[in-house]
Design a binder for this molecule. Structure first.
Ligand code: AMP
Length: 174
């Protein structure tokens, strides 16, 4: 498996969930055993020597590869969830979307000052979601933050939204 093959396994759905959006569907990549293994191993490889203590997966597609990556690099897994889903006390972060706002939450006691975290989501579009997750991790007071995604939509320049000091790894660029 290489990047070209993996790109060929991502399905484009025009006008989903609304008109004008070219939705990049990763289910066609991850239903393939080779695709699933390759994508999680390729991302994990980048973090082998970075002493990551926790992978933070963003609900819900960030959970899919976030967990095998965490196992592969010997880190724990922490979910970043939509409002009202986490049972204990949370820190929340609201961010701007194209239309309106959105909020994400993390358990208040999920992270500590010793943590080196890698935040993972399936896709980087405008960057609002990942930047909000970075803010959550910063507010939790972690030592260092990395960001990764399977797909980066380069034309949207989402990485510019994310703190310049943070290293971002995208497996596939479209
Ligand atoms: P953004 O905050 O604009 O970077 O959007 C990223 C989030 O929205 C990720 O959780 C993605 O799963 C989802 N998303 C945004 N645009 C797309 C797209 N074109 N195809 C698939 N998912 C998308």
């Amino acid at each position: 498996m290489d990047k070209q093959q993996a790109l060929g396994m991502i399905r484009n759905i025009p006008d989903f969930p609304q008109k004008g959006i070219q939705f990049k569907d990763i289910t066609t990549l991850i239903k393939d055993p080779e695709g699933l293994k390759w994508a999680s191993e390729e991302i994990a490889k980048q973090y082998k020597d970075k002493a990551i203590t926790k992978v933070l997966g963003i609900e819900s597609r960030g959970f899919i590869l976030g967990t095998p990556i965490a196992i592969e690099i010997g880190a724990g897994f922490v979910p970043i969830r939509k409002p009202g889903k986490l049972p204990a006390k949370v820190i929340e972060q609201t961010y701007q979307k194209e239309y309106g706002t959105d909020t994400i939450e993390i358990h208040e006691d999920a992270l500590s000052a010793d943590d080196v975290v890698m935040i993972h989501d399936d896709l980087l579009a405008t960057g609002g979601t990942l930047e909000a997750a970075v803010k959550l991790a910063k507010r939790a007071g972690v030592k260092k933050i990395y960001v990764s995604c399977i797909i980066e939509l380069e034309a949207l320049e989402g990485r510019k939204q994310i703190d310049k000091e943070i290293e971002i790894f995208s497996l596939l660029k479209i």
